[in-house]
Design a protein around this ligand. Structure first.
Ligand SMILES: [Zn+2]
Length: 321
């Protein structure tokens, strides 16, 4: 090895030692409906692995369709269940449309869904558990996408997309398919009968990124024993994203118990508040979000739309929180 190559090699080695945290963080960017705020229908988060793989979690109503410039490259979509506020039975026509407590959802996405439209445009995988993969494969096929892009990560199994390991975990919640998302004569007949389609159980996710970070995404759920037995004891999640809205799933008190006593992560991102949680970029006094922060023992990070947070392999926020 000649002298200049040796010096270059040493320099690269030293740089690697000096800046491992910068190179190795997972970036989490909320795609909410209102710039810099945390609003009632905000669910969507983009997770970016240090290796560049990007996953979109529950696009819901606030991602402005496949053309939303905030999306960039998307490698895989994670859909916890079929309800319209997660799969996206519609979406807002623009950023900051409507009010933070009652966002605009005026662009209809039935029967295709916002999630499937994004997946087709981005040529992204859709990774779901339970019996949802067959439903998404059919949606992809009938809308000109590739059904093989719908992948199954059913309870207990793990698949890898772009170096990120993905599995699904229990979420105690319903998961009926709105007849409007089925469409046609069948959808019409089901709507008249008041029957929703069956695609199995709702789920949460556990993700393991290439920097070692394990993240638990709760989906809509109440308190379950699996949050301790599976999410903490087996997967050892260090970052949690937990739904706190208290409307048809855990509220702030239940969510705080899940974090403090069952999952025990290093930090938590509040989600799915079903309220105008912030105003002017500050948590509103008397909000459910404030109650959750007060009741929780680990750092609570607020998903301000458009503001990227970075997490190290131990679940500690290193930037943007
Ligand atoms: Zn929901």
């Amino acid at each position: 090895m000649n002298r200049s190559i040796r010096i270059a090699a040493l320099g690269a080695f030293a740089a690697g030692l000096a800046f491992p945290a910068i190179a190795q963080s997972v970036k989490v960017t909320p795609l909410g409906g209102f710039d810099g705020e945390f609003c009632a229908l905000d669910r969507a988060l983009v997770f970016e692995d240090p290796n560049g793989t990007r996953l979109l979690y529950d696009p819901g109503f606030t991602v402005l369709g496949a053309d939303d410039p905030r999306l960039g490259k998307i490698d895989a979509m994670l859909i916890t269940h079929m309800h319209g506020d997660h799969v996206g039975s519609g979406h807002a026509k623009a950023m900051n449309a409507g009010a933070c407590e009652k966002p605009d959802t005026s662009v209809s996405d039935v029967p295709m869904t916002n999630a499937v439209a994004i997946a087709i445009a981005k040529k992204a995988k859709i990774v779901t558990g339970s019996d949802m993969p067959a439903f998404f494969a059919a949606k992809l096929r009938t809308n000109g996408g590739a059904p093989a892009n719908s992948l199954n990560a059913r309870f207990g199994s793990t698949i890898t997309v772009g170096g990120v390991r993905i599995t699904t975990v229990t979420a105690m919640h319903s998961n009926g398919v709105d007849p409007d998302l089925i469409g046609g004569d069948l959808g019409k007949a089901m709507k008249e009968a008041g029957i929703w389609g069956d695609v199995g159980l709702a789920t949460g996710y556990v993700l393991r990124f290439s920097n070692g970070l394990v993240a638990y995404l709760s989906g809509d759920t109440g308190i379950t024993a699996d949050q301790e037995l599976v999410v903490r004891n087996h997967y050892n999640a260090k970052l949690a994203v937990i739904n706190i809205g208290g409307y048809l799933s855990s509220g702030p008190v239940e969510a705080a118990y899940i974090i403090n006593d069952l999952v025990k992560p290093a930090s938590v991102i509040a989600s799915h508040a079903n309220e105008a949680a912030t105003s002017g970029g500050k948590v509103r006094p008397g909000s459910k979000t404030e109650a959750f922060i007060k009741a929780t023992k680990v750092p609570v990070h607020i998903p301000f739309s458009g503001k990227t947070m970075e997490f190290d392999g131990n679940g500690k926020c290193t930037a943007g929180c």
